[in-house]
Design a protein around this ligand. Sequence first.
Ligand code: ADP
Length: 294
Amino acid sequence: MKQNQVGYIVTATNVAREMAVLHRLQSVLLRVGALGTLIAMLAGFFLAGRAMRPIRQAWQRQIQFVADASHELRTPLAVIQSNLDIVLDHSDQSVLDNLEWINNAHREARRLAKLVEDLLTLARSDSQTATVQRQPVDLTKLVQHVVELFETIAMAKRLELEADLPGEIHIMGDPDRLHQLFVILLDNACKYTPEGGKVRVTVALERNIAVVQIEDTGQGIAEADVNRVFERFFRADEARHRGTGGVGLGLAIAKWIVEAHQGKIMLQSKLGEGTRVTVKLPVRSAEHAQRPSL
Ligand code: ADP
């Protein structure tokens, strides 16, 4: 022992309680951590599921669209193939002898071309690549022109086709698309109205909104189906419409055209009484620079 070193004091204390508390704290922290991780995982799962729902729905719609489109494309292709098979089997005969089969194939090829064009229009509208021009259009004149196109069809079906058109109404729009829109609506009105019925077209100006109505006294649509007619490939009462040639894309395209013109389209119908389609489009006017409320 050194001279100035007095001695050692050894102290000891019992830390068992603190150790026990620390152990308890450790196990509590572990349990809370595990529970937190579990809750976070479940919440993540739930939130991811919710966030994915619209994507999943869009994906389902896309799958359904492709399935419906393939189904619709298959029918005319099969008809073309079978009719051309018959022509090939009669290769020793003249074209005139096989005219019936050639005509069938030709009719279906035209139907196919129209279907592909409609599908392309909708696909482009989905991908925002479909262009809608903006140029001054006299809506009254455009509707009148479409009505004139349907006069012979109406006459052949003994339908009374009436038009109530005012003077010029100018809107900003795409004349080809608007022509397509009114062809779809008049075609439906004539197609779904039996002989002796009436189709009436009116154009009116309500403040700064051009309102076009196409009314018919046709077979109408059941209440349960009215809200679905703008869906792609939807046909009300399929059996009744078999043979009308439509595939249920017309009104979906019509809706897209109207909305691309910042307009609105509505359909009211009563089974057995008739249908009225109303199209509202904002008119072109310098003083109406703000978008009118439809
Ligand atoms: P389609 O090519 O079958 O006519 P649309 O999309 O134009 O397809 O119309 C969808 C469905 O709405 C039609 O199949 C028909 O059942 C119904 N529909 C549309 N317009 C009329 C109408 N004016 N009168 C009765 N039913 C109609």
